[in-house]
Design a protein around this ligand. Structure first.
Ligand SMILES: Nc1ncnc2c1ncn2[C@@H]1O[C@H](COP(=O)(O)OP(=O)(O)OP(=O)(O)O)[C@@H](O)[C@H]1O
Ligand SMILES: [Mg+2]
Length: 512
């Protein structure tokens, strides 16, 4: 039914249409095809003259091979939020890769929508084809479609803006509701895998609220991410691929992996965990890159351990210095290693990050983590590649407060002053603080957990002092040995030379 304002005029039009339909049925039955086509053309003109409303149909499947229409899916998503508020009869479907059921209006249901003050009617219907045919595609013969009806005076608004608006909004709804994924790269030796990546649902609960770190630093990271997410036009304007690199560095247990999960949840991106050691060579690395979708985070954890990326440049430098023989030996060793290890090179990785191929697809974050920033090649982490370097460090008092809130649900306790002072002087990772705070049995008192943390900090202090004393003793011992060696060397030199060397003279060991 076409939605129209009711009234006398429309009643008349309605009976006129009914008469017309009757006449049309007779024409179809008895008139030859050519004449029928001719009459049909004029009939449409006549209906168009009487009916000021325009209708657009969006079928569920399109094309010869009956592929699911993108427009239909976008409208379904767009309407899922609206129709669930406005429609009286809804249909719930479990859709692949969606976190929750998709609610859409039931067949022959109508929803009234509005766009920039223009009234729009959506109806959902289905047709059952009269002729039966054998097909590999949709098992059911039912063809669902959405119908969009609007007044012809709004033709421009609808065609120029509204259609784009529903496509964009529908895609955004889909993005928001989809089940996000955690991908890992398949080993190149497993040739039976069709895709280079396999995945599992990404369900890490980390978020920025529960991430323990300095609040100012955390806010800065959140702002940076928001700027990146909304930066499509900006990146286009400056002629830069829409991607951003983060280097997370710090000791084990300071929350680098937790931060990645929090970023993925905040941005609603998929995560691609790239294990470099199982990538055969640079070509395979490129192939992996091409298969990565937009709105994703590419992670390479412990980049300093992944490959001998730091060594390759240094080796090259060394060979140049040492000449042919050393060169040959190193090349031989390298060849042997290549046989069993990944052949991904530093330049291959640099190209992966910001070569021309890296620009296929957009909205990607690349994150490296390391415990030893100083070990990495400067080229790998220079700005532009790794745009933001984030240090994840030992637990400070602000970070402790977040952890105490997470684990114990307390905002303040009398012991906090003492803990604050201790955390300023003792290094303990957030992972260790969290472990101390976590109740060890059902109903363990908050005070007990805090006491355990204080005890843990005291123990850590004792251990750190002991380590420091040992290191100092070791250093003193070494220095003493070196001094001794130096002295005996000088004496030897003085004895054997017969003639005093300049150095011996300077040191006062001159033979008379
Ligand atoms: N900053 C933090 N905020 C909240 N929880 C943390 C934080 N740091 C560590 N944790 C807790 O400690 C555990 C280990 O942290 P995580 O794996 O993120 O450390 P990491 O820095 O990645 O360590 P590694 O260098 O060994 O990979 C996490 O599961 C989390 O519960
Ligand atoms: Mg980690």
């Amino acid at each position: 039914m076409i939605p129209m304002p009711m009234g006398q005029l429309w009643n008349n039009v309605g009976s006129l249409m009914a008469t017309f339909m009757f006449v049309w049925a007779i024409i179809q039955q008895y008139f030859p095809y050519r004449l029928r086509a001719h009459i049909e053309r004029y009939a449409h003109k006549f209906i168009g003259f009487l009916n000021p409303y325009i209708t657009i149909t969006f079928p569920e499947y399109t094309g010869e091979r009956l592929r699911k229409s993108e427009a239909f899916t976008a409208i379904q998503n767009y309407l899922s939020s609206r129709s669930s508020i406005r429609a009286k009869r809804l249909k719930a479907e479990a859709v692949k890769n969606r976190k929750s059921l998709v609610l859409s209006m039931d067949d022959n249901e109508e929803v009234i929508d509005e766009f920039n003050g223009v009234k729009i009617w959506w109806t959902s219907s289905k047709t059952v084809p009269k002729t039966q045919s054998i097909s590999y595609y949709p098992t059911s013969d039912e063809r669902r479609f959405y119908k969009l009806t609007f007044h012809r005076r709004h033709r421009e608004t609808i065609l120029d803006s509204f259609i784009n608006h529903i496509m964009e909004e529908g895609k955004a709804v889909e993005q928001k509701n989809r089940q996000r994924k955690l991908y890992m790269n398949n080993s190149s030796t497993n040739w039976w895998h069709k895709s280079s990546w396999r995945h599992v649902p990404f369900e890490h609960p980390a978020n920025f609220r529960t991430l323990a770190m300095d609040p100012k630093k955390k806010q800065e990271i959140v702002n940076d991410l928001v700027k990146f997410k909304n930066g499509k036009e900006y990146y286009e304007k400056v002629g830069k691929a829409w991607k951003r690199g983060y280097l997370l560095y710090g000791p084990p247990g300071t929350g680098k992996s937790t931060m990645i999960a929090a970023m993925a949840n905040f941005m609603e991106y998929d995560v691609y965990d790239l294990e470099l050691t199982s990538v055969k060579d640079n070509t395979e690395l490129k192939k992996l890159l091409i298969e990565i979708t937009n709105k994703s985070i590419i992670v390479i954890e412990d980049i300093d351990c992944s490959l001998d990326l730091t060594g390759q440049r240094k080796k090259k430098k060394k060979t140049e210095e040492e000449g042919d023989e050393a060169k040959k030996e190193i090349e031989k060793k390298a060849k042997e290693e290549e046989k069993k290890e990944s052949k991904v090179t530093l330049s291959g990785l640099l190209n992966f990050i910001d070569g021309i191929w890296s620009a296929c697809g957009g909205e990607r974050l690349i994150i490296f983590t390391t415990n030893h920033k100083e070990k990495l090649d400067e080229a790998l982490i220079r700005r532009g590649r790794m745009d933001k370097h984030i240090e994840m460090s030992y637990c400070g008092f602000e970070a402790f407060k977040v952890l105490a809130m997470n684990y114990l649900d307390v905002e303040w306790d009398d012991s906090y002053d003492k803990i604050k002072e201790m955390l300023e002087n003792i290094e303990m990772t957030p992972a260790d603080v969290a472990e101390n705070l976590m109740p060890k049995y059902e109903g363990e008192e908050t005070g007990e957990c805090l006491k355990r943390l204080i005890k843990g900090l005291e123990d850590a202090k004792v251990a750190a002092d002991k380590k420091k004393a040992e290191e100092e003793a070791e250093a003193a011992k070494k220095e003493k040995e070196q001094k001794k060696e130096g002295e005996s060397g000088e004496k030897k030199e003085c004895k054997c030379n017969g003639v005093a060397t300049t150095e011996a003279k300077e040191n006062g060991h001159v033979e008379k």
